[in-house]
Design a protein around this ligand. Sequence first.
Ligand code: TXA
Ligand code: MG
Length: 346
Amino acid sequence: MQTRRLRDTDEDIRLAGELLRQGEVVAFPTETVYGLGADALNGDAVEKIFWAKGRPSDNPLIVHIAERDALTRLVREIPPSAYPLMDAFWPGPLTLIMPRQDGLPEQVTAGLTTVGVRMPGHPLALALLRAARTPVAAPSANRSGRPSPTTAQHVLEDLDGRIAAVIDGGPTGVGVESTVLDLTADVPQILRPGGITREQLEQVIGPVELDPALLQTSAGQAIEKPKAPGMKYTHYAPRGEMWIVEGEPAVVMARIQALVDEARSQGLRTGVLTTYEHVQQYQADAVIPCGWRSDLASVAAGLYNALRRFDQLGIERIYAESFPSAGIGLAVMNRLRKAAGFRILY
Ligand code: TXA
Ligand code: MG
C-alpha cells in the first residue's frame, strides 16, 4: 500500500475524511501525539488499526469526537462528574472512561463494558473529525511497543506502506498522551497519567485516585494488574537498554558519567538522556536533551523524539536522569519507567 502524505489544506482534509468514511486508516496530529484513526462505527476499519500497529487485540481504543452530541452513540449513560470535566478540559488531553453504548463494534472496546472518549484540542484533528462525520477510534500512530509519534516523520518510520495516509501537521504540542480517567469507579481513577494533571482534575471534581498499578517503581515488584489494558505492555521503549538514575542531581550526574565510561569500555555505544541545563556535563556517544528541567512541560513535549533519536544513532545503552513526579512530571516519569522496563538505580 502506498501511504499518501497529506497537508493542512482544506482539500487534503476533505480527502482524509473521505478515506475514513471508506473504511481506511489515516494518521493525524492531535495536541498530544499523532493518532491512527478509523471510523469507530465500522469494525472492519477498526481492525485495520490493529493490523497496522501489530497491536494486541485485547487493548481497547480511544474514540475521538468533535461535538458532545456524538456521545449519545458511544456512551449509555454519562456520569454526572463528566460534565464539569468536559466543560473544563475539552477539547483537550483528557480521555473519559464511561459505560459503552450497545452497537459499538467489539474491536473498539476489546470486549470491555466501557469506552474511552475524548475531544482532541488540535484544530487539524477537529477539522478531520468534522470532515469524516463519524466518531474516530485512534490509538497512538506507532508500531506497538515503540515510543508514540510526535511528528509525521515518526509515523512514517513505523507505518509507511501500512496505512492509507498521514496528515502532516508539524510536531505535536503536549508530547505525552491524554490522561485516561475512569469515571465508572466510585472515586474517579487515573488509569494513565497524561496531559491533564491530577492536580488540575482535583480542582474541578475533588479527590481523584491513581490506579495502584501506576505506583510500581521496579520490575520485580508484585503489583495489581493495571486497569487500562494498554498499561501492562512494554511500551515507549527505545531499542537500546535504558536505565534511569534517581537521586541528588550532582550525584546522579557523576554516577551517570561513571556508568557511561564503564559501558564504553565494554565497547557499547552509549547515550545520556538529559536536559538543556546539563548537556555540557556529559561525554558519551550521544548526549540528548529532551527539554528544560525548569519546565517539565517542555520535557514532556520532547521526550518521545529524544527516545527515537537514540535509535537513529544506534545507541545500545542509555542512562537517563529522572524528574519530579508532580504535575506533568507524573506522566513523564510513568513513560520513562516503562521505556526503561523499570531498570532504575538509586
Ligand atoms: O493522547 C491520546 O490519548 C492518544 C491520541 C491519539 O488521542 N491516543 C492514545 O491511544 O494514546 P492509545 O491506544 O495509544 O492508548 C489508549 C490507552 C490504552 O492504555 C488503553 O488500554 C486505554 O487507553 N483504554 C482505552 N479504552 C479503555 C477502557 N474502556 N478502559 C480502560 N482503559 C482503556
Ligand atoms: Mg499508545
